[in-house]
Design a protein around this ligand. Structure first.
Ligand SMILES: NC(=O)c1ccc[n+]([C@@H]2O[C@H](COP(=O)([O-])OP(=O)(O)OC[C@H]3O[C@@H](n4cnc5c(N)ncnc54)[C@H](OP(=O)(O)O)[C@@H]3O)[C@@H](O)[C@H]2O)c1
Length: 214
């Protein structure tokens, strides 16, 4: 796998909004979770290499608290933005280099405790994240290459709001049946057409990249 496949497009000087890439691995029957409810092992080495290439290509990683908790996230080489309403942040992420993106009505004591551990707390929106200003705030810091690593509920919101520019989807050679989450979950069905930007096969795993032309 050639890491240059994951270069971000040139957005020109000081774009108002970042480019939002999302990354998922999915089984042949469409599940974003394996039989034990996580996803880390589904795509094997090929997916792991693509995952690393995407992390190296981005300015900032954005992840939902559900994924961070389930997959045991720790700090990354890039700034990590953890999205949470409840401010239930895993111990490993209570450190500098981690930003928490939450709402204006989130608990102030919990926020202060996170800040005392070196976490920066960003607040956008009341009740739920107001995504456009939140993404603009990332761009204002010079973080224009966003990598969103899910999970499905966070991704579903971004798809609903048409804020996803690109989806990198690994298709893992497995079936799991069950009731696993799909890569985008939300209450409202929408349609966002995509253009295939690349498909690469490695070790029987398909690495695909799909772009939203606007
Ligand atoms: N196949 C893959 O590539 C892949 C990728 C990622 C995750 N996954 C799997 O997906 C599962 C977790 O997915 P998930 O959909 O349940 O979790 P998620 O989307 O990662 O996280 C959901 C949580 O994010 C916070 N959140 C989301 N939207 C918010 C908003 N608008 N405002 C405030 N907070 C918001 C809330 O956190 P609080 O509860 O803290 O308030 C919410 O409970 C895991 O099993 C993981 O393994 C698979």
């Amino acid at each position: 796998m050639d890491a240059s496949l994951y270069a971000y497009p040139d957005l020109g000087p000081a774009p108002q909004r970042p480019w939002v890439r999302t990354n998922f691995v999915v089984t042949v029957d469409g599940s974003a979770q394996d039989e034990s409810g996580v996803s880390g092992t589904l795509g094997g080495e090929a997916d792991h290499r693509a995952f690393q290439a995407m992390r190296e290509a981005c300015d900032v990683v954005v992840v939902g608290a559900g994924t961070a908790r389930d997959e045991g996230y720790g700090p990354t080489d890039r700034p990590l933005v953890l999205v949470t309403r409840r401010l239930d942040v895993p111990e490993k992420l209570r450190t500098s280099g981690v930003l928490v993106l939450t709402t204006t009505d989130a608990d102030t004591d919990l926020a202060a405790s996170l800040e005392s551990d070196g976490v920066e707390v960003l607040r956008h929106g009341t009740g739920t994240i107001d995504w456009e200003p939140a993404l603009e705030a990332l761009a204002a810091r010079g973080w224009t290459k966003v990598l969103c690593e899910g999970g499905p509920h966070l991704h579903g919101e971004l798809v609903e709001q048409d804020l996803v520019d690109e989806v990198c989807l690994t298709v893992a050679p497995a079936l799991v049946a069950g009731e696993g989450l799909r890569p985008a979950q939300s209450n409202q069905a929408v349609r966002r057409d995509l253009r295939l930007a690349h498909v690469v096969e490695e070790d029987g795993v398909l690495l695909t990249r799909w772009v939203r032309d606007r």
